[in-house]
Design a protein. Structure first.
Length: 91
């Protein structure tokens, strides 16, 4: 997974990183393969941001995304509107 190379380099430089393959691609699980779904990929990115937002070491105001390939176009939205970014405080 090429994303791992980018994530490792960013982590080496002090960033918290999360590398993943969107549903139906790469190393993601499941039997459906090679399906391009912008709706599902957008949900995948939202879930990733939500996951990061639940981590105590993450500043919700500083979450960003880096797109590695064409299927990552959903990461281009500058400010994901997810549960993590709408939450005013953590539990």
């Amino acid at each position: 997974m090429v994303q791992r190379l980018y994530a490792n380099e960013l982590a080496r430089r002090g960033y918290v990183t999360l590398a993943f393959d969107p549903s139906f691609t790469g190393e993601s699980g499941g039997s459906v393969r090679d399906v391009a779904s912008p709706d599902i990929y957008t949900e995948d990115y939202s879930a990733a941001v939500d996951f990061l937002g639940l981590q105590k070491i993450i500043d919700l105001e500083r979450i960003g995304a880096m797109a590695v390939c064409g299927l990552s176009g959903m990461a281009l939205r500058p400010r994901p509107r997810t549960a993590a970014s709408r939450r005013s405080s953590r539990p």
